[in-house]
Design a protein around this ligand. Structure first.
Ligand code: SAM
Length: 261
């Protein structure tokens, strides 16, 4: 069967890599695992041998029949035909894993956090450039909304480079594996998070500007901040208005949000 580019299908073609990804995910024999996009079942098979229960969600109609046939004799595996962006994640999942379809990497990852899943850890294969953005620190050119969004919810680590040769068909870019250890506690309430992310997104619309300029016009909780308001806000949070958004740590963004709300 031909791989579908439109569904981000690049299948893993290396046994060693499969066990490496599963090792990184930290799955154990008592875990309930959710796999995103099982494809032809490469990771799925290894997982089925190592975990208590596995639900694998695949969108492609043509892959569902073969997947169900492969795993018919495995009572711990449930193949679900659905779009992961619409699927209601079971609330007792321990670990999430996936070689993600690249065209929706960010909505999948952020969607999982926003829904508030129970998983303690998530391991994803993503494009190398996305992995770098996910784990980057303040001051780096890769640091931005994605880094802050993911690191607000999880401790993110860059685990392994995966050259493009490890996939069939071969994609145009290299990949990497990231692990996200979900934090037990979040610093802000659900209501506050909305305003906090608006602040972060506003700051990064013009990441090369100073904070004083980048944040002018900020609108959160029905309040719009003019240049003077932003000056006062930055002063109250003891943040130099001449700094650029990409130099602020997550804690500084949180402090700024607390002063603004
Ligand atoms: N896990 C397999 C592997 O590693 O060889 C396949 C990975 S491939 C990069 C991504 C898989 O996600 C494909 O099987 C694709 O059909 C599936 N997919 C794409 N969009 C999806 C969606 N919205 N929901 C669930 N699965 C999706």
């Amino acid at each position: 069967m031909k791989a579908k580019k439109s569904l981000g299908q690049n299948f893993i073609s290396d046994e060693m890599l499969i066990s490496q990804i599963v090792d990184v995910s930290g799955v154990g024999e008592d875990d309930y695992v959710l796999e995103i996009g099982p494809g032809r079942g490469a990771l799925t098979y290894e997982l089925s041998e190592r975990v208590k229960r596995l639900t694998a969600v695949e969108l492609d109609d043509d892959l569902i029949g073969p997947l169900k046939a492969i795993f018919a004799a495995k009572p711990n595996v449930d193949i679900v035909h659905d779009d992961i962006l619409k699927y209601e994640i079971p609330n007792d999942v321990d670990i999430i894993i996936g070689n993600l379809p690249y065209y929706i990497t960010t909505p999948i990852i952020l969607g999982l956090f926003e829904k508030g899943v129970s998983a303690r850890s998530m391991t994803f294969m993503v494009q190398k450039e996305v992995a770098e953005r996910i784990v980057s620190a303040p001051g780096s050119k890769d640091y931005g909304v994605l880094s802050i969004s993911v690191q607000y919810y999880a401790d993110a680590s860059y685990e392994l480079d995966v050259p493009r040769e490890y996939f069939k068909p071969q994609p145009k870019v290299d990949s990497a594996i990231v692990n996200l250890k979900v934090k037990d506690k979040r610093e802000l309430s659900k209501d506050e998070e909305k305003g906090f992310f608006t602040l972060v997104k506003t700051a990064f619309i013009q990441r090369r500007k100073t904070l004083a300029n980048a944040l002018t016009g900020l609108c959160i909780n029905n309040k719009t901040f003019n240049k003077e308001d932003i000056g006062k806000l930055l002063e109250s949070a003891s943040i130099d208005p001449m700094r650029r958004p990409e130099t602020l740590s997550i804690s500084e963004f949180i402090e700024l949000y607390r002063k603004a709300k």
